[in-house]
Design a protein around this ligand. Sequence first.
Ligand SMILES: [Zn+2]
Ligand SMILES: [Zn+2]
Length: 248
Amino acid sequence: MKFMGDYHMHTAYSDGRGTVEEMAAAARRRHLSAIGVAEHGPRSIGTGVKNEKSYLEIKAKLQALQPSFPDIHLLAGAEANVINPGGMLDITRDTIKRLDYLLVGLHPFVLPQGWKGWGWMLKNQAGKIFPSLDHRVRNANTKALKEAIYSYDVWAVSHPGLGMPIEIAELAKACQAKDTAWEINAGHCFPSCREVLEAARYGVEFVVNSDAHFPETVGDLSYGSWVLEKAGVPAERVRNAKMRAFKE
Ligand SMILES: [Zn+2]
Ligand SMILES: [Zn+2]
């Protein structure tokens, strides 16, 4: 399977190392026809954008660069954090509206919102020590993601289950219902073939992203083609497989 775009990468605005221009130049070397910069939300501890203005600055930079990259669609996105069990994100709806697309993910090192948010995050930490809590932790994480999917227009869930466990079947049903893609994160070689097979059973669409933090790994999507082919997922079910256009 070949891919036309890569919609998840980080620059020096969050915890990546390259500039927006270096990422675009790397995409050109990889012959991609679309890229999206999707920085960590501001409540990621030590790895997020300074504040929401960064997203608009990145968007302005991408727009200014666009004429120099006529063959590559340069998109401004975000990788927002869910910060409480009610599915609240750490980026305002006003900023989200101005972006081209939205990724939403769970990350363990995030400043949660409210006492329910703290309780949820602490439960995740406790779950790492006490395996008996696994079911409850999965349940809470899945519910939080579902709430976000149902209250925002989420284009894809980034690396579902990485670092914070989820119930695949339940999340996949919500993704399918809300037309939210399930990310194959090639940078983390995640999820496994077994997990891809399980999500695919519920009719989700996939998107393969690099999660590049350096220009060198932009468009490095080979894990995605390997795992999707192994799981027997056809290109029609993969948003950025070649032959399919970007769907907002
Ligand atoms: Zn992430
Ligand atoms: Zn990321």
